[in-house]
Ligand binder design. Structure first.
Ligand SMILES: Cc1cc2nc3c(=O)[nH]c(=O)nc-3n(C[C@H](O)[C@H](O)[C@H](O)COP(=O)(O)OP(=O)(O)OC[C@H]3O[C@@H](n4cnc5c(N)ncnc54)[C@H](O)[C@@H]3O)c2cc1C
Length: 433
């Protein structure tokens, strides 16, 4: 069981993880996977089904990292740079390929959940993203037009006068509805994946961190507090929880703390008033808030880089109270029953990545949008390891660059967050002038 305070456990309420028996570590394994989140478990599952002996080492409990703490929003998660940023950097053809990969990931995710019968409350009710400024509305309209024309993506611009159909708020200048988005219960998805992996023969070793890695020829020796394991291949699926022992991943991602809160249960009328169609929700801006009805539809969950994530719960509560009231003044008296935080992994080029680097296999750097992508990347990474066809992705040619001046990246990220806050405030002031 991950060591969480009671007020952190919204996804633990009524969802009990089956006990994973404590087993001795094998001396040898075909593949050692480090990290039992979505990425590690998805990769392990596909490798085991192809006949490989797979051993998963997890520092804490299954899902101790992001995979039990996220917002559970699924969708194409296109790219942080957007169409304009991608085109400026890579040109129109690569842009189309990368954006198309987001849709392929979503299609894979939905069919995988359906075919495997994963019990994870997947509901594809779409997502409304509010525009905080007129300029944001116009930029979103241009992108929506591109997505419709080039990817046939169903998305609709909603003018301010009509936004009450989508959200119980007047705060935005209208927004966009992405019809292919939806949500899952993040922890149920994780536990279902862990169960499938074990059924395929994967052994998961909780509270068993990798502490050091050494290569002798083509075999790796992995040190753990429970003794060594020798492996032919090593997958580091530690993403934003990478540490010195998983250096290949650690040096490629910037770990950014982010926070979330859940309200007390709200009445059915209030839930309908806030999100008449049960949509996932969010807003434009460099520092934005995402929000959604909880998977059981009884409360609201809000998240974002607000209020010193990981700091005192009361500081987070106050920061979220202000942000939530900005959007939903009708929730000004609401109490937050759950407050938690987690790390997301950003990359210098704003792209997720997968492939082989420094002798090990990596998939991660999802830049805060890894629920859909991690299951897809796990499958693709397994195919790469197995040398199977269908392993290619639009991200392969981008490599997986290391973070320049990694020891200073945490400080850099905090300064950048402040700068983004300043730029957002400036844009809002200009918009209202
Ligand atoms: C608050 C929050 C909200 C989010 N909301 C969304 C969302 O709505 N939609 C979306 O798409 N994405 C969201 N994300 C991002 C998403 O959760 C992640 O991209 C995804 O869970 C990454 O999964 P993973 O398996 O790669 O990493 P993780 O789930 O973080 O797993 C990494 C694992 O590695 C383990 N580990 C680390 N070091 C070692 C070691 N030395 N030995 C053994 N094990 C080790 C850790 O304990 C951890 O369990 C959110 C993230 C946060 C924090």
């Amino acid at each position: 069981m991950t060591d969480l305070r009671p007020d952190e456990r919204v996804y633990w309420d009524h969802v009990v993880a089956p006990e994973i028996p404590l087993r001795p570590l094998p001396e040898q394994t075909d593949v050692a996977v480090i990290g039992a989140g979505y990425t590690g478990l998805a990769t392990a599952l596909h490798l085991a089904r192809a006949g490989r002996q797979v051993t998963v080492l997890e520092a804490g409990a299954v899902g101790a990292g992001c995979s039990s703490r996220n917002g559970g929003m699924v969708g194409p998660s296109f790219h942080k740079l957007g169409v304009a940023g991608l085109t400026a950097r890579y040109g129109p053809d690569k842009t189309l390929d990368i954006m198309g990969e987001g849709l392929r990931a979503l299609e894979y995710f939905q069919s995988f959940v359906a075919e495997e019968g994963l019990d994870c409350d997947l509901q594809m009710r779409g997502r409304f993203r509010g525009a905080r400024t007129r300029a944001d509305y116009e930029a979103t309209a241009r992108e929506c037009d591109w997505l419709s024309r080039h990817l046939d993506l169903p998305c609709d611009m909603i003018p301010k006068a009509e936004q009450h159909r989508e959200i119980g708020s007047d705060t935005y200048y209208g927004g966009v509805v992405y019809h292919r988005d939806g949500g899952v219960h993040p922890r149920k998805l994780l536990l279902a994946l862990a169960q499938k992996a074990q059924a395929a023969g994967v052994t998961i070793h909780e509270t068993c961190p990798l502490t050091a890695l050494r290569w002798d020829g083509d075999r790796a020796t992995l040190a753990t507090p429970r003794g060594p394991v020798r492996a032919g291949e090593v997958v580091m699926a530690t993403n934003a929880y990478a540490d010195a022992a998983t250096r290949a991943m650690h040096r490629r991602v910037v770990q950014i703390r982010t926070a979330a809160v859940a309200t007390e249960p709200l009445s059915a009328e209030m839930m309908r008033a806030l999100t008449p169609k049960g949509r996932m929700l969010g807003e434009s801006g460099r520092l934005f808030m995402w929000y959604r009805p909880s998977p059981d539809g009884q409360r609201f969950i809000f998240g974002g880089r607000l209020g010193r994530p990981g700091g005192p719960a009361d500081t987070q509560r106050r920061a979220f109270a202000a942000a939530v009231t900005r959007v939903f003044p009708q929730l000004s008296d609401v109490e937050f029953s759950h407050v938690w935080s987690g790390n997301v992994a950003y990359t210098p080029d704003h792209s997720p990545h997968l492939g082989q680097q420094d002798g090990v296999w990596l998939a991660g750097g999802y830049c805060g949008s890894g629920v859909t992508r991690s299951l897809y990347f796990g499958m693709k990474l397994a195919r790469k390891i197995l040398g199977q066809p269908g392993a290619d992705t639009a991200f392969d040619a981008l490599g997986f660059p290391t973070v320049p001046c990694k020891p200073l990246s945490g400080l850099g990220a905090r300064l950048l967050t402040r700068w983004y806050g300043h730029l957002d405030a400036r844009d809002l002031r200009r918009d209202r002038a």
